[in-house]
Design a protein around this ligand. Structure first.
Ligand code: ADP
Length: 396
């Protein structure tokens, strides 16, 4: 069965068509600048050259129409008709406390996603538009929602509550939710497989280090803590997001520069992280390795913050068996991995194998056989995880 995986942003739509039985990618692509001048679709059928087309898309419904047209094109497509698409898996950013696993989309599920809009004002409306666009164009095709927050719903209250008046949790559900759950779920399961150990008998720390970055602690098969909070702004230093900071900084900047909360939130989300630390050099980790003082400063701070979370989670789980690196930086950035492991993890008995650590983008153990704690690099595959969860719900 072919599963169409859809990931809708406010002005973009990423998609993959995956054969769920063989777990192979049939095609993937991206619609960009939806609702803006100059929109285009990039379509990459597996094993063939990618096709980029200018395509006016006023909204996500038109974008989905282009996706279907690309998939079914008689010359360059990969399926004959819509009938060959068995189900659609939608990546949904925020499921609040309502969803601890993937679910078939019903009117009630859509309402629950709508109820979480205040928690993810940029993402959930786009996700809903994507669902409704697919429902309109593919009536009768089962749809599944896979939530970024679901994996973290097993956290205990002491991990998810903020130390603010409890009524804010009761009234507005202000708490830590965590994101990148599909990735943490996929990578932690894969780590157990690679180690030939039962999933529910391991203490694992997963470092998802990409443009957005988060760490999670997975103990005995359950997520017990994660670094992102009510929103994806908390925790690690990211490409452009600050991660943790003293909340009083917001008031300080507001007073000094006469800025509104909205303006400061834009600074913290879009102008901070390694971009801010490197004085505007770049949010892309590759550009930071140019030998400059600014780049080095950002990289050192990023490595330290990540190491602090690893230390905190090792303490929280009273030990750690395996630490996993994943996502763009975790899979590819050799020096960041080396700094974290060499400078900060010796006390956990980590012994890095420099030869193995030189590898990029592949599943590999980067510690020596006598290393007390193992370090694995595991490329994440959120789309495959979404396709698997979708298939599991619709195959009967
Ligand atoms: P997201 O999905 O959150 O946008 P990614 O997981 O794709 O982000 O990660 C993007 C980051 O990964 C960029 O900062 C980029 O520099 C880094 N990255 C990707 N490929 C490489 C590579 N080959 N070497 C070093 N860094 C890389």
């Amino acid at each position: 069965m072919n599963i169409l995986v859809i990931n809708c942003g406010s002005s973009s739509l990423k998609f993959q068509l995956i054969d769920a039985k063989t777990e192979t990618l049939t095609a993937k692509g991206l619609c960009e600048r939806i609702g803006i001048d100059g929109s285009q679709i990039t379509f990459s059928p597996a094993g063939r050259e990618k096709i980029v087309r200018q395509a006016p898309m006023a909204d996500h419904k038109e974008a989905i129409q282009y996706v279907i047209r690309a998939l079914t094109d008689p010359d360059t497509g990969v399926v004959k008709s819509l009938d060959e698409i068995g189900a659609v898996g939608h990546r949904i950013v925020h499921g609040g406390e309502n969803f601890s696993q993937a679910t078939r989309i019903t009117p009630e599920v859509k309402q629950a996603i709508r109820d979480c809009v205040a928690l993810a004002p940029l993402h959930n409306p786009a996700n809903l538009i994507g669902i409704e666009a697919c429902e309109a164009i593919m009536p009768g095709v089962p749809m599944v929602a896979v939530f970024d927050t679901a994996f973290h719903q097993t956290m205990p209250p002491e991990a998810y509550l903020y130390a603010i008046p409890y009524r804010y949790y009761q009234q507005y559900r202000i708490r830590r939710y965590g994101f990148h759950g599909t990735s943490h779920d996929y990578v932690s399961h894969r780590a157990a497989e690679l180690l030939h150990r039962p999933y529910d008998d391991l203490k694992m720390i997963v470092c998802h280090l990409g443009n957005g970055a988060s760490v999670s602690a997975v103990k005995n098969g359950k997520c017990v803590d994660t670094s992102m909070g009510l929103t994806p702004l908390e925790g690690l230093i990211m490409g452009t997001r600050s991660g943790d900071l003293d909340p009083a900084i917001i008031e300080f900047i507001a007073n000094q520069e006469n800025k509104s909360i909205d303006e400061i939130m834009t600074i913290l989300n879009k102008e901070s992280g390694v971009l801010g630390l490197s004085d505007g050099l770049s949010s892309d980790f590759r550009d930071l390795e140019n030998g400059s003082e600014e780049g080095a400063r950002a990289l050192k701070a990023f490595a330290l913050r990540t190491a602090k979370y690893i230390g905190a989670y090792a303490a929280e789980m009273n030990g750690v068996d395996v630490i996993c690196f994943t996502a763009g930086v975790g899979e590819n950035n050799v020096s960041v991995r080396e700094t974290i492991c060499r400078d900060y993890l010796g006390y956990l008995g980590v012994r890095i194998d420099p030869e193995a650590n030189r590898k990029r983008g592949e599943e590999i153990e980067i510690t020596t056989p006598d290393s007390k704690t193992k370090i694995l690099v595991i490329p994440t595959n959120e789309e495959l995880a979404i396709a698997r969860q979708t298939y599991a719900l619709v195959k009967e």
